[in-house]
Design a protein around this ligand. Sequence first.
Ligand SMILES: Nc1ncnc2c1ncn2[C@@H]1O[C@H](COP(=O)(O)OP(=O)(O)O)[C@@H](O)[C@H]1O
Ligand SMILES: [Mg+2]
Length: 225
Amino acid sequence: MQHLATQCPPLDVLLDGGLEADAITLVFGEGGSGKTNLALQCAREAVAAGKRVAYVDTEGVSSIRLQQVFGALDAEPVLFFTPYTIEEQERLVSNATRVPDLGLVVVDSINMHYRLAIDGGADGESEAARSLYKQLHHLTGFARQAQVPVLITGQVYGGEDATQPFARRVMEHLVKALVRFEKRPDGTRKATILKHRSIEEGRSARFRIAGHGLEELGVPPPQPL
Ligand SMILES: Nc1ncnc2c1ncn2[C@@H]1O[C@H](COP(=O)(O)OP(=O)(O)O)[C@@H](O)[C@H]1O
Ligand SMILES: [Mg+2]
């Protein structure tokens, strides 16, 4: 079984080596929990392995952050696809999987346009749900056939959010690995396995966000006497 290591040690331990090569990994969490950092870092590792990355970006990733995470490594093998509607997203997700020499496909995030589309009422909602389902179905088949990991992020919106239950049910059904990212009060981040084919639910890891991406927490300073 091939894995794409994230190169964040606690996450690689949590995931028994990293992202599975034949399935979708869905990481969801509130804004700022580290999802895009993870996606950029995994993209870096795929490029370091000599592969290309198809990155479907609905949120407007920062090119400065991309450079920070890539450091000296050339980010040119990362091909960005930027949809502005859920229909366009469905088309671009399909195009993204046709890039040759892929080592990773990213969709960051899967649900922003979904959420906007369902604001259009009942018609918008069933169309959007169908599109979401088709995208996930396509990516599942792609990962399995091409043996290329697929990393999807899901943005969790605070407050009253009626859109999440349905989208989550669809995603949780189709996705093989489900990981929750959380921001802790002390500024560190926590990742918890909610579903996985070969890892027990509830296993968790702590990490933090640093200049070059996600990293393990430092050794705590010695306690004062
Ligand atoms: N150079 C950096 N050094 C440390 N932390 C950073 C740096 N750049 C961004 N961050 C942190 O990354 C966080 C955003 O993470 P991100 O992966 O974009 O979240 P999400 O995609 O889950 O919304 C912010 O808390 C920000 O402070
Ligand atoms: Mg993000």
